[in-house]
Design a protein around this ligand. Structure first.
Ligand code: NAD
Ligand code: ZN
Length: 370
């Protein structure tokens, strides 16, 4: 019997609509034109900074004089401070031009989450940090279209948009049905230009989400089915001779979407809390931090860790080692605090006595092997 979740997600909602095929991006003009208010309003395009150079993609976007485009920096993952600043610029653009009727997010997890957060703020007002938590948004945001350009996080499919407050150090998303995209364009041709290592690390996020939720104790039968399929697609991709063929990129895009749907009905486990510790203290990005964490958690995820190693060998990717060497007292405290704070995933993996298993000494010892 599956155990129900305690976040209030009993009645699961998925994204409104999706088109999945090569060149799905070409449907964007007709998708936007079909919106009743778009002719009297404007659209905001929120695009990964990589495409500032790739004028080909920007040239294909149906941007009119009344619309605006903003490029999202990806050196750092989204902060509440950044979201608030971008939101004010978007509001100004809306005042200058016309009422904003659509947000189009094009990019990786960073950009897709940024676009969700801006849409939510346009609908609810206030500041990003007001909505970090569960079901704090009371109104829908502006209609939003998501176009992923790298696969793995599942951000295109989930009901959250992750952000960190620099002031409080809190890394928490706006978890809400209002954070779901209304429309997705899943176009595997867009991931062709992703650098190989980045492709691997972000792609493995899908694998790790599924491996964690399938070994946890909070379960959902549809979530399990989605996770199993997503995991299988990731195995096909990362154990193939070349993970970036057209076929593999198409498979990984589906794995990412399914993994996102699955995680919306379940929880991650121990890898993500350790990964969050590495991100908060060392500033490592989510994908690579996950792989470093899984690689050091052999005692908890033996089979997945072995498979990770086999995949890195097959794809000739190197997982950074000894990233915590040289860290001292304060940093070790921060690592422990930033890990142990993730109670729900840790309970999911280890039960309510997880603090007895993950003592401070053990956590520090595990980090020292990463
Ligand atoms: P990312 O969005 O930061 O992108 C990684 C890099 O790839 C960037 O340098 C970007 O410019 C580049 N890139 C993206 N598409 C490209 C393309 N087609 N060609 C060349 N370069 C390209 O990385 P990510 O791993 O997709 O996202 C990480 C973020 O997602 C984190 O902030 C994490 O917290 C968040 N996340 C969110 C959810 C969710 O449910 N909302 C789930 C997991 C992770
Ligand atoms: Zn993740």
């Amino acid at each position: 019997m599956t155990k129900q979740l305690e976040t209030g997600i009993y009645n699961v909602r998925n994204v409104g609509r999706y088109i999945v095929q090569e060149n799905a991006l070409d449907f964007l003009p007709q998708i936007l034109e079909s919106r009743p208010d778009i002719n009297i309003g404007s659209a905001i395009f929120i695009v990964d900074e990589f495409f500032q150079q790739d004028t080909d993609l920007v040239g294909r976007l149906p941007i009119r004089d009344v619309d605006s485009i903003f490029f999202v920096p990806t050196k750092d993952e989204p902060t509440t401070e950044y979201i608030n600043a971008l939101y004010s610029e978007v509001v100004s653009a809306g005042r200058r031009n016309r009422n904003i009727e659509a947000i189009v997010g094009i990019g990786g997890g960073t950009t897709l989450d940024t676009a969700k957060a801006v849409s939510n703020l346009l609908g609810n007002g206030g500041r990003a940090e007001d909505y970090q938590g569960w079901d704090l948004l009371t109104k829908p945001g502006v209609y939003k279209v998501g176009v992923p350009t790298i696969s793995g996080t599942g951000a295109e499919a989930t009901r959250t948009c992750v952000m960190t407050s620099k002031k409080t150090g809190l890394k928490l998303g706006m978890n809400s049905d209002f954070s779901l995209y209304d429309q997705l364009l899943l176009d595997p041709t867009l991931t062709k230009t992703v650098p190989r290592e980045q492709y691997f690390f972000t792609g493995m996020d899908a694998y790790i989400h599924c491996a964690e939720s399938l070994t946890g104790s909070y379960r959902n039968s549809i979530g399990d089915a989605l996770s199993e399929k997503s995991l299988k697609l990731c195995q096909d991709v990362f154990m193939s001779d070349d993970m970036m063929t057209e076929e593999c990129r198409a498979k990984l895009m589906v794995a990412s979407y399914l993994g996102g749907c699955a995680i919306a009905t379940s929880y991650v486990g121990i890898v993500h809390p350790f990964s969050a510790g590495l991100s908060v203290v060392l500033g490592l990005h989510h994908g690579v931090a996950n792989c470093i964490a899984l690689n050091g958690l052999k005692n908890f995820y033996g089979a997945a860790q072995e498979e990770l190693v086999a995949m890195t060998e097959k794809q000739n990717v190197v997982i950074p080692q000894s990233v915590c060497s040289g860290l001292g007292g304060d940093d070790l405290d921060r690592l422990y605090d930033a890990t142990i704070i993730h109670e729900k995933p840790l309970i999911n993996a280890l039960g309510s006595d997880f603090r007895d298993i993950l003592t401070r000494d053990r956590v520090i010892n595990l980090f020292s092997q990463m």
